[in-house]
Design a protein around this ligand. Structure first.
Ligand SMILES: [Zn+2]
Ligand SMILES: [Zn+2]
Length: 392
């Protein structure tokens, strides 16, 4: 394969994205103005699958027992390259994480990749993964084998920097309750067992613990029940917490130390502790560097200054982490807003519907499709990506 042929094919996939400009813009705007939180993304899933179907993709809806998950595929066999679509919104804030643009870039990138698949074979898939924000849809789908037969998985998340790799932490939630005994807070305080004090002591213990944990670990929480009235010793308190760490081993260690904070508070106050760890655990994100370099080069060719890693060193968690443990993956960022703006804010929600947002979505779709060209045209690159990942 001559490199001039590859360049020619890249030019044609870029043109494909441009030809779909109006439809992609409309699709992402429609999802933006109809925000649906996790597992309620009925409209978004219907619009996206309809678009793919119109463009010759075969569709399976409701995969993994999740009504708003789907798989669209075009072509056959290997390499099987998947673009991940997210389309859930945040409660009250709407598309403040810009998942409407992730959806647009995934379907746009996949449809534009068709000439490359027609020429070299292989398959391009769009996997619709619901509820990234609230329930870790991809973690649930990963357990059911949704990503097992893929060679590569890619998605682009909107942000405030152009960066080829992302840092995301392992993460799990914890629901806690203390059960005490109610009593008149003035007349008979000695008869009460104060469940709120147990919760406050837990916060104090966690604050102490926080001084002595590794740099990137995070523990944060809120009180969801702190009692009924000031003149009643609280018989019940409840809170929800999130524990995050750079790797799974340290998350396991932290889980135990965090739990000990609550056990200590229960012992000190006499309140009984009940707790439940979250069903879904987000795995840390493994960036495939070979794949990230390929994407970076393609994104740079569109005139963006793409850094290899995010200069802000900001990190959260994403269920793409769980995918990245199974299949070589990338989760780069495309800038759609200025650096002062943070995701999960009303300002970012506005950016996700702005011209800069649409431009970011189209560039992401182009760079994804160009990377698909590289992958299907060069089996040795796929082999190198797999070698880095550690699979055959
Ligand atoms: Zn988010
Ligand atoms: Zn997000």
């Amino acid at each position: 394969m001559r490199s001039s042929d590859i360049e020619e094919l890249k030019t044609s996939v870029i043109k494909e994205v441009e030809a779909c400009y109006r439809q992609l813009r409309q699709l992402s705007q429609k999802i933006h103005s109809n925000p649906e939180p996790g597992f309620q993304e009925v409209k978004a899933a219907a619009w996206l699958t309809h678009y793919l179907e119109e463009n010759g993709f075969s569709i399976e809806r409701g995969i993994c027992g999740l009504p708003t998950a789907f798989r669209g595929s075009y072509g056959e066999g290997k390499p099987a390259i998947a673009l991940m679509a997210e389309y859930d919104a945040l409660p009250k804030l709407g598309h403040a994480c810009g998942h409407n643009l992730i959806a647009g870039s995934a379907v746009g990138g996949a449809v534009a990749s068709k000439p490359a698949i027609n020429r070299f074979g292989g398959s391009i898939l769009v996997i619709g993964t619901p509820a990234e924000e609230l329930y870790g849809g991809k973690a649930i789908m990963a357990e059911q084998g949704a990503f097992d037969n893929l060679d590569v998985a890619m998605m682009v998340h909107p942000g405030v920097h152009d960066a080829a790799t992302t840092q995301a932490l392992a993460c799990i939630s914890l629901d806690v309750e203390f059960l005490g005994r109610a009593a008149h807070a003035a007349a008979n305080p000695e008869a009460g067992i104060n469940a709120l004090e147990a919760m406050l002591q837990s916060f104090a213990a966690i604050n102490s613990l926080r001084q002595h944990i590794k740099n990137k670990a995070r523990i944060h929480g809120i009180i969801t029940d702190g009692g009924e009235a000031a003149n009643i010793v609280p018989a019940h308190s409840a809170g929800t917490f999130i524990v995050r760490a750079e790797d799974d081993a340290y998350l396991d260690e932290l889980k135990e130390r965090v739990l000990n904070c609550f056990i200590g508070a229960a012992t000190a106050t006499g309140a009984r502790l009940e707790y439940r760890w979250g069903k879904v655990r987000y795995a840390p994100l493994r960036n495939n560097l070979t794949l990230a370099r390929l994407f970076q080069k393609n994104m740079k060719s569109l005139g963006r200054k793409v850094l290899f890693s995010d200069p802000s060193k900001a990190f959260g968690s994403t269920d793409m982490g769980n995918v990245s443990q199974i299949v070589p993956s990338i989760h780069p960022n495309v800038a759609i807003a200025s650096k002062e703006i943070t995701t999960h804010s009303p300002e970012f929600a506005a950016a996700a519907a702005s011209e800069a947002g649409i431009k970011g979505m189209l560039d992401a779709a182009k760079a994804l499709a160009m990377t698909v060209v590289d992958l299907v045209a060069n089996p040795e690159i796929v082999a190198k990506i797999k070698q880095e990942f550690g699979s055959k």
